[in-house]
Design a protein around this ligand. Structure first.
Ligand SMILES: Nc1nc2c(ncn2[C@@H]2O[C@H](COP(=O)(O)OP(=O)(O)O)[C@@H](O)[C@H]2O)c(=O)[nH]1
Ligand SMILES: [Mg+2]
Length: 312
């Protein structure tokens, strides 16, 4: 339990802004509901609070409808019961689908993780975090700098790699990203590393070339390492609200995404976005970023998330 407690605490710190908006403060759920008798007006206030926090129309509507039904049947009569009800319903939103990183079959190496997403969402930083997390589990990691497009991108990855003491396979600025992916796969095979993480460029997802480039990288990788990439992580910036949802829908269609790394959850009052993503796509959120250092990462656990959101 101490371990769970420290997870909740770390999440709680990262979610400070979200908690202030959704749960704390004058209009927050706790002040709104604690010690109050439930009535129709209070249910309307609750609906506005949920929508303001970007919980999303679909989930908010379904929550509010069931609360209203429970109220009218007399099953729920107080605000405190509503808080427990909302917590339980939010926890149930995420079925017990596997949120672990997908990997190579037992006994074979390497696991290849392709990291994608638009510019500035936090791909490179999230790779440093993932690298740190994997290293702490005793795994060896190699990085591939396939963002050959943006000036400085390779150097940024190299700086993280030096700090984390892992190697980077790179190519020339402006070169072919698929060629870098090819070299990175060869190196990962030759060195017998556990995990290869590929950074990619993030030009606009609406631009066809980006999707074409990702397809080319995927096929080069699959030719060398059958079944790879095992995991394609889409990085979404939690502070970007509706844009993050649009990106999730777009990348789900064309990029073979298998998981979401939700970055910058520490920087938003609208942490309800985690719930809205669940509404909009079937891609599991696997990791969340809660700051700018490699340690600021957690595996996403709905129970811990909800507990941290509502913790005193
Ligand atoms: N507060 C906060 N900032 C982050 C987080 N992840 C990334 N950033 C910042 O977002 C900016 C863009 O990150 P970068 O990794 O370069 O994005 P990329 O273009 O997708 O590779 C940098 O200033 C990072 O420090 C996070 O979880 N929390
Ligand atoms: Mg980058």
């Amino acid at each position: 339990m101490a371990f769970l407690g420290s997870l909740v605490n770390k999440f709680k710190q990262g979610l400070e802004k979200t908690r202030a908006a959704l749960v704390g403060g004058a209009q927050g759920l706790r002040n709104l509901l604690t010690g109050r008798r439930l009535d129709e007006a209070l249910i309307d206030d609750l609906e506005r609070s949920l929508l303001r926090a970007d919980v999303g129309v679909k989930t908010t509507t379904s929550l509010i409808e069931s609360i209203r039904a429970e109220f009218r049947s007399g099953a729920i009569t107080t605000g405190d019961q509503v808080i427990d009800f909302v917590k339980a319903r939010l926890r149930d939103l995420w079925p017990a689908q596997d949120r672990a990183l997908l990997g190579a079959p037992a006994g074979s190496r390497p696991t290849v993780v392709l990291v994608t997403g638009v510019n500035g969402v936090g791909k490179t930083t999230s790779i440093a975090k993932l690298c740190q997390l994997l290293r702490s589990q005793g795994k060896s990691v190699l990085l591939g700098a396939c963002d050959t497009f943006r000036a400085g991108a390779v150097r940024q990855l190299e700086i993280w790699a030096e700090r984390l003491n892992v190697e980077v396979v790179k190519g020339a600025q402006g070169g072919d990203p698929a060629a870098v992916a090819f070299d990175a796969c060869s190196a990962a095979l030759a060195r017998g590393v556990d995990v290869l993480i590929l950074d990619t460029a993030g030009r606009l997802h609406t631009q066809d070339p980006l999707m074409r480039q990702l397809t080319k990288i995927r096929s080069v990788v699959a030719k060398q390492i059958p079944g790879a990439p095992h995991e394609t992580l889409l990085v979404l910036d939690a502070t970007s609200g509706q844009n993050a949802l649009r990106q999730a829908e777009e990348f789900q269609k064309s990029a073979g995404v298998t998981g979401i790394f939700l970055s910058k959850l520490d920087g938003t009052a609208k942490g309800g976005i985690v719930i809205a993503i669940k509404d909009a796509t079937s891609i599991p959120v696997k990791f969340v970023g809660l700051g700018e250092t490699p340690e600021d990462v957690q595996a996403f656990d709905p129970g811990v998330f909800v507990e941290a959101l509502f913790a005193e």
